[in-house]
Design a protein around this ligand. Structure first.
Ligand SMILES: Cc1cc2nc3c(=O)[nH]c(=O)nc-3n(C[C@H](O)[C@H](O)[C@H](O)COP(=O)(O)OP(=O)(O)OC[C@H]3O[C@@H](n4cnc5c(N)ncnc54)[C@H](O)[C@@H]3O)c2cc1C
Length: 382
């Protein structure tokens, strides 16, 4: 596909850049920032339908916005789960009432969402979900545990995959429910403490929590179909923004290598150049895929490439700095939570890249079975 930016796209890019330059520094609080974005109409520009308070943009304009956002140094988004995962799913599978109720507050940056899929016994094997939702009159009563729920401690709502048919197995009998998080005594969010003492994701316990019957998306028992459809939105245009972030990180590692002299080592030089070349290839591949010329294995191949590229960059980031990179902050108080510096953060957090959004092993199985036509993995192989 010929992926060119027209003069309208460039005008859109300039508008986005100017707006971000004027506002990105002003909002340090994540909730306020979401509302600021919402008020200016920058949330939901990629939704296939307008009219919910969002503006609509062409694919190339979405790319321009994502790239400018990454370049601007604006705060990380806490509304992306609602905007990029829930909203497109509701647009396809939701009722008119659900769209009218839930899309405008997402577009306004007023309501934040989290994703209640994974459980202690159901991660890669999501069909093992055991959380139950029992119909009682006009609502469902939800009991069970979710884990690794990013942003649950900030979210107003959670979309929960739960078993509404008690005797069902695997992909059958599941439903996709929209659950309000503010249910003291019925929903408990326990942050998972990381090695640094800080927390980004959580365990969520449901003890008789309520969801309204009309807040089941796609109909009772259709949860698997809706849940899989949502996972299909997990990447897309944001891949390009992610690559702008990668380029900035690579630039930082190159500068550190020059500063410390690590760049005199020919092996380090070769690895830096390899990272650069692979990043270029990933960009063209992402543009090609967005343009619709990818095959069934393209999303899995892209995930394998970027996740492993990013981990290697993390390893390089600490290698070029040497022993200094493993020290904590100078003013650290023993046992107190602390912030990692950007290279330490890159090194440690990129370990998660090959796990979330479908692990490496799962992506390879998808390619093996759906693209290479290999026999299906024997049951109980792992
Ligand atoms: C940073 C981060 C954020 C997350 N945020 C969320 C969130 O907001 N909401 C949510 O619901 N979940 C979230 N998750 C959870 C994530 O989806 C799961 O971690 C992921 O699905 C893997 O599941 P698991 O951790 O149970 O590992 P398991 O599925 O137990 O896998 C353990 C290991 O076994 C391998 N494995 C499993 N099955 C097979 C197989 N059939 N063949 C070969 N190898 C196999 C895996 O690749 C992995 O290496 C998040 C995870 C991370 C790391």
């Amino acid at each position: 596909m010929d992926f060119e930016f027209t003069s309208e796209d460039e005008a859109f890019r300039t508008e986005a850049r100017d707006w971000l330059a004027a506002h990105a520094d002003s909002a340090r609080d994540r909730r306020t920032w979401e509302r600021t974005l919402g008020k200016a109409g920058w949330i939901g520009i990629g939704w296939p339908e307008g009219g919910y308070g969002n503006r609509t943009a062409t694919l190339t304009q979405q790319v321009a916005w994502a790239e400018e956002y990454a370049r601007s140094g604006a705060p990380p988004r806490s509304g992306h789960i609602g905007e990029n995962l829930l909203a497109p799913t509701l647009i396809i599978h939701g009722s008119e009432e659900q769209k009218t109720r839930f899309l405008p507050p997402v577009a306004a940056g007023e309501e934040l969402w989290c994703q209640g899929y994974s459980e202690p016994g159901a991660g890669s094997d999501l069909a093992g979900v055991r959380t139950s939702a029992v119909r009682e009159g006009a609502s469902y009563r939800i009991t069970g545990q979710k884990i690794w729920t990013s942003l649950a401690h900030e979210a107003d709502w959670c979309f929960v995959l739960a078993r509404t048919d008690a005797g069902s197995r695997r992909h059958q009998g599941l439903s996709f429910l929209l659950v309000p998080m503010d249910q003291p005594g019925r929903i408990e969010v326990r942050p998972i403490r990381q090695m640094t003492g800080t927390s980004e994701f959580n365990e969520v316990f449901f003890d008789g929590a309520h969801a309204r019957a009309e807040h089941v998306v796609g109909g009772e028992g259709q949860g698997w179909r809706v849940a899989m459809s949502l996972l299909g939105f997990e990447r897309g245009v944001s891949t390009l923004a992610q690559q702008i972030g990668f380029a900035q990180e690579l630039g930082r590692v190159v500068r550190a290598a020059v500063r410390t002299g690590a760049v005199d080592d020919p092996v380090v030089r070769a690895r830096l150049v390899r990272q650069w070349a692979e990043l270029r290839a990933m960009r063209w591949n992402a543009l090609r895929t967005l343009g619709g010329s990818g095959d069934a294995g393209a999303p899995s191949a892209a995930k394998l490439l970027w996740a492993n590229w990013h981990q290697r960059l993390g390893e390089l980031a600490v290698q070029v700095r040497g022993a200094e990179a493993s020290a904590g902050p100078a003013d650290w108080v023993p046992a107190a939570p602390y912030e990692l510096d950007p290279d330490q953060h890159l090194f440690l957090f990129s370990r998660a890249d090959t796990i979330y959004g479908g692990s490496d092993q799962v992506q390879r199985t998808i390619i093996a079975e759906r693209v290479l036509g290999l026999p299906r993995e024997p049951k109980g192989a792992v």
